[in-house]
Design a protein around this ligand. Structure first.
Ligand code: GLN
Length: 491
């Protein structure tokens, strides 16, 4: 029997408007599902009372035909977005009891569109990680199971692992994520859902706990391409409170999904096909290209020659910015305070106790690459390479309209695997990081399954502020793949 939680966001939206069910009924169905899915640990904080109150208010607006674009639709908010009056932890002990007095612009926009907040989704501490295992609040489990080893508990990817797991497990209709180097796209790939990191500046960063300010960007995670488009319309837009948010009009992304790809030039960067690429992923990539060609697109080989420097560049730039952003957690103004003999002692004790291992590693790397004597050798050099990476993409986009690549080099792995080796963990982002450094939009969607029956994603990369082409191409792949992910739920 189809349950309310099986509906996609687009269908639930229609169901509410046509009065097939109420927002309170829909929200209650999600709260019941959340209660059963506790072992996944997808939420850090659940807000059932708030959700039901918001749903009731949504029903009143629906009755008066005053409905917002997402009226009455229950979603999860990554616990990196400040929510007024609701604890916001960033997955860290240091913010374990932080209740913000203000709301992030993105969550405020979703609220204004009528969305109902089910709770705050788990994440890697300060969004640093690729497996959601660095959260102070414990790991998140991916709802998918490997056929070969059904007992294994798999990671959902990271850092937006709670958001991805919640959407895939149908304990949220959709969720917000943030992506600094892949944190929307890689978990979307691991959990069989759609996630888009929009162009840098498309969504306001105001009220999002900062990791690396020149890279951080919010975006939606959803079950289908259409759902992601509907979410992004509500989340995007210029914000005077964020000087890096772009004064660009927000197109109707949901209308773009039916554009098709007739005549579209799709680039295939040769550097994304290293010798060791998993054959199943290489096959899926070829299959994705065939689907686009069958729908009228043209495939063009391109080169992004500085790709191999992207990961090293990212792991200099991102920790440098993080070390500066995280300097504010000093035990005086925010969150945790561990008393000391002197002020320096208080700083030291608070930060030693409040930050986990990965965050401390990043602060140390970041402080090192910014320090006098090393700044030119590392940080300034990395900024130059970053400019070259961006130039690679600009040259490719002289020839093509978008690029198709894999999202991640593997399917989801077991909780505990790769965790003692930071480099192996960092390699998860090899296909997503270059896009972030160049500020370009990247969309991941489920395109097939591994031999173990686990979802594999493909990534579409576009020109700045051309998310519409990504939605159009993604819809063609989604239709052709005909997948029925756990996330699918189409009636
Ligand atoms: N996994 C990458 C990192 O650990 C990216 C994280 C992100 O995009 N927030 O930095």
């Amino acid at each position: 029997m189809t349950q309310l939680t099986d509906l996609t966001l687009a269908h639930a939206r229609l169901g509410l408007r046509n009065k097939h069910f109420s927002a309170v009924e829909l929200t209650q169905a999600y709260l019941d599902a959340m209660a059963k899915a506790k072992p996944l640990n997808a939420y850090i904080t659940e807000t059932p009372e708030l959700a039901l109150a918001q749903a009731k208010a949504a029903d009143a607006r629906l009755a008066k035909s005053e409905a917002g674009a997402l009226e009455g639709l229950p979603i999860a908010i990554k616990d990196l977005f400040c929510t007024a009056g609701v604890r916001t932890t960033a997955g860290s002990k240091i913010l374990g009891s932080f209740v913000p007095p203000y709301e992030s612009t993105v969550s405020a926009k979703l609220k204004a569109a009528g969305a109902v907040m089910l709770g705050k989704a788990n994440l890697d501490e300060f969004a640093m990680g690729s497996a959601n295992i660095t959260s102070h609040f414990g790991p998140v489990e991916n709802p998918w199971k490997s056929k070969r080893d059904p007992q294994a508990r798999l990671v959902p990817g990271g850092s937006s692992g709670g958001s991805a797991a919640a959407v895939a497990a149908k304990i949220a209709l959709a969720a917000t994520g943030t992506d600094t180097g892949g944190s929307i796209r890689q978990p979307a790939s691991f959990c069989g859902i759609v996630g888009i990191k929009p162009t840098y500046g498309r969504c306001s960063r105001y009220g999002i706990v900062a990791f690396a300010s020149s890279l951080d960007q919010a975006g939606p995670m959803a079950r289908t391409v259409e759902d992601a488009a509907l979410m992004l319309v509500a989340m995007a837009g210029h914000d005077p409170l964020d000087s890096t948010s772009a004064p660009q009009p927000v197109p109707d992304f949901a209308a773009a999904i039916n554009r098709g790809v007739q005549g579209l030039k799709v680039g295939v960067p040769k550097e994304y096909r290293p010798d060791g690429l998993d054959p199943a992923i290489a096959r899926l990539w070829d299959q994705g290209l065939e689907w686009l060609v069958a729908a009228g697109a043209k495939v063009v080989p391109v080169s992004l020659p500085h790709t191999s420097y992207a990961l090293a560049t990212y792991y200099i730039v991102a920790p440098a910015e993080a070390s500066s952003n995280l300097a504010r957690y000093d035990g005086v103004r925010f969150g945790l305070r561990v008393g000391g003999e002197t002020l320096d002692d208080l700083y030291r004790k608070t930060r030693a106790e409040g930050f986990g291992t990965e965050v401390r590693r990043r602060i140390l790397i970041g402080t090192y690459v910014l320090s006098a004597g090393y700044y030119d050798a590392y940080y300034a050099k990395a900024q130059k390479v970053r400019a070259l990476i961006a130039k690679d993409f600009r040259q490719a986009f002289d020839q093509v309209d978008c690029l198709l690549t894999p999202t991640a080099p593997s399917a989801a792995f077991a909780i505990g695997a790769n965790s003692d080796d930071p480099i192996t963990m960092y390699l998860n982002d090899v296909f997503t990081v270059p896009t972030s450094l160049a500020g370009l939009p990247g969309l991941s969607l489920p395109a097939g399954l591994s031999a173990d029956g686990l979802p594999l994603g493909l990534q579409l990369i576009g020109r700045p502020f051309d998310e519409e082409t990504l939605f159009a191409a993604a819809q063609v792949i989604e239709n052709a793949a005909g997948l029925f992910p756990v996330a699918g739920g189409r009636p």
